[in-house]
Design a protein around this ligand. Structure first.
Ligand code: GDP
Length: 308
């Protein structure tokens, strides 16, 4: 990518897209194509085709998606599969038609089988049944990976796929019903602290293991792969270490300086028991994360406090 290459970031107001945008600005890139969902409905094929024909982006970061936490994924099952397959199919096909130089498609670690051996390497894709709660989302993302590979094979398109682990960072979703665990707990502990509530409820048993990556690290890895990786298949993006939800809750409790108790709501689902990515492919390519979890949570909490 040249500094003045025309770069389309689909989903630039979301946590991932905004992090990529910030990162590229910091590196001196200056020719961005950005559209809000009100300006361009990515589920609308005609609108997407017209946009690509008119604007002719050279590079595409496909960070637009309908995303959410475990309850949201499980409740809006139809919306998750429909919206995500439409958004990505429209963008991938339009990128082929208008000869985009390179496209980077962002997926998620939930594409791997529920009971995959840990840590999960890229070749475990499609080797077993998925976790039920996020199966519609995962199926959409798997379709996106396979589309990128099929367009590479049939048409020679340079489309790559990257699979981030659980993410957190600026512009995250803090809506308690729909958010992921880290922003949800940050908000719950903060509100319990300022309202002197004696206990915070954590969903499930606390025993599932999860890995967390700061969105700024994801942006750095995505731009690194946009420059350096030109092959079929997928690349995991994570830190390579995980912790239990109970340990995460304790860490957030400490960062927030909340003095009350933690209780577990066993009526809520645990989801996948463990979801740790094998990041050796990414490390071998030459990228490693820089933001450790406690530092990242502290930074996110400091900005959350200012905004709330
Ligand atoms: P997942 O990684 O796809 O399972 O999605 P989540 O980030 O929503 O949930 C991760 C784990 O955290 C699950 O075991 C949840 O039950 C647990 N968890 C604990 N408290 C919460 C909470 O307040 N919100 C969410 N979303 N998950 C929670």
């Amino acid at each position: 990518m040249e500094k003045n290459s025309k770069i389309y970031i689909a989903g630039h107001r979301g946590m991932v897209g905004s992090a990529i945008h910030r990162y590229l600005i910091g590196k001196g890139f200056n020719n961005f194509l950005l559209r809000t969902s009100a300006e361009l409905d990515l589920r609308n094929q005609l609108a997407v085709n017209n946009f690509f024909e008119t604007e002719k982006p050279e590079y595409v970061f496909l960070a637009a998606a309908k995303v959410g936490g475990i309850i949201s994924n499980n409740t809006y099952r139809a919306d998750f599969i429909y919206e995500n397959t439409m958004i990505q199919s429209n963008i991938i096909h339009a990128s082929y038609v208008t000869k985009v130089n390179k496209l980077l498609f962002l997926g998620s670690s939930c594409i791997y089988p529920k009971l995959a051996p840990q840590p999960m390497s890229e070749d475990l894709l499609l080797t077993g049944p998925l976790e039920y709660t996020n199966e519609p989302y995962a199926i959409a993302k798997i379709a996106g990976i396979k589309m990128c590979d099929a367009y590479r094979e049939q048409y020679g398109c340079n489309f790559i796929s990257v699979m981030p682990t659980n993410l957190y960072g600026p512009n995250d979703n803090y809506d308690l019903q729909n958010a992921h665990v880290l922003p949800s707990l940050l908000r719950k502990f903060h509100e319990a602290k300022i309202n002197n509530i004696p206990a915070v409820t954590v969903w499930g048993t606390g025993s599932p293991l999860r890995e967390f990556l700061h969105a700024d690290d994801l942006a750095s890895a995505s731009c690194f792969l946009m420059e350096k990786y030109d092959a079929a298949g997928l690349v995991n993006i994570g830190t390579g270490t995980d912790l239990t939800i109970a340990a995460l809750a304790s860490m957030i409790k400490e960062v927030v300086e909340y003095e009350g108790a933690i209780v577990y709501d066993h009526t809520k689902p645990d989801g996948t028991p463990r979801k740790l990515l094998d990041v050796s492919k990414l490390h071998d390519l030459g990228w490693k994360h820089t933001i450790e979890l406690r530092d990242g949570i502290t930074a996110v909490y400091n900005s959350y406090k200012l905004e709330n």
